[in-house]
Design a binder for this molecule. Structure first.
Ligand code: DGL
Length: 274
């Protein structure tokens, strides 16, 4: 049985992390849970975010995941300790992974209100780079608009202009996309910031950090992978949601480049879904 990489998010956003994992480790099998019945997480209380994380991670553990990737910054910011306690397997976070890779001093972070209020990015970046000036902006309008599916919506552009204004004022050199939904906005954000401002997707550093862990767990091929894996990675992965499956499959198609098979699951079910 190949090692199963577990990932979770409130909805579509974590697919940006799944895509990075597939790109770097095309042999891997992933189990993705989008907790769409409870999206958005980012406006919830800390207690809610922590109890949801416990429930989701317990479910992933029952499915037999061998490693857990936090594909949600909000859960990572407020419930990493819960995930580590419940997972029973190694846990890889987004925030620490990207903080270690930042090489500039004026850093902006766009994140959910809960992540921004937690100060988790500021702490993680300062731990690696004490000289950095970190400006975190909570963006409550982004996730509901992204989940609604129209990435061209004028309301998204207006929201982006509002959220970017304090970062541009502070003349940031890099903007961390501190919510896994936001890489879906990269084309829009790139239009609105000067070309020398880097847009940093933490999924890249996170997926890179997964490699040594997969190798230590015996799940990396010893020979270099062929350019074309035998079957596309998605066919070896499972995508589950807690809300309607069809709507999620539809919205995920553009991002994944193919329509995924999605099934609705109950997190309370004691049985394995696979
Ligand atoms: N995509 C998640 C994150 O990275 C959660 C967004 C939300 O549900 O508010 O924070």
């Amino acid at each position: 049985m190949p090692l199963l990489v577990g990932l979770f998010d409130s909805g579509l956003g974590g697919l940006t992390v799944l895509r990075q994992v597939h790109a770097l480790y095309p042999h891997s099998s992933c189990l993705y849970l989008g907790d769409t019945a409870r999206v958005p997480y980012g406006q919830r209380t800390t207690d809610e975010i922590r109890s949801i994380a416990a429930e989701v991670v317990q479910w992933l553990r029952r499915q037999g995941v061998g490693v857990l990737v936090m594909a949600c910054n909000t859960s990572n910011a407020l419930a990493l300790d819960v995930a580590v306690a419940e997972a029973g397997v190694p846990v890889v976070g987004l925030i620490d992974s990207v903080a270690a890779e930042l090489v500039v001093d004026r850093i902006g972070v766009l994140a959910t209100p809960a992540t921004a209020a937690s100060g988790a990015y500021r702490r993680a970046i300062h731990a690696c780079r004490p000289s950095a000036r970190v400006n975190e902006v909570g963006c409550p309008r982004f996730v509901p608009l992204i989940e609604a599916g129209d990435l061209e919506a004028p309301a998204l552009r207006e929201a982006a202009q509002d959220y970017l204004a304090p970062l541009l004022e502070a003349r940031v050199e890099a903007i961390v996309l501190g919510c896994t939904h936001y890489p879906l906005l990269r084309p829009l954000l790139a239009e609105l910031v000067p070309p020398d401002v880097q847009l940093v997707d933490p999924a890249v550093a996170t997926a890179q950090r997964l490699g040594p862990l997969l190798a230590s767990l015996g799940d990396l091929p010893e020979v270099e992978m062929p350019a074309e894996p035998e079957s596309p990675p998605l066919e070896r992965s499972h995508i589950c949601v807690t809300g309607p499956a069809d709507a999620f499959a539809e919205a995920a198609t553009a991002w994944l480049g193919t329509r995924p098979t999605v099934r609705t699951v109950s997190l309370q079910s004691p049985a394995r879904a696979f």
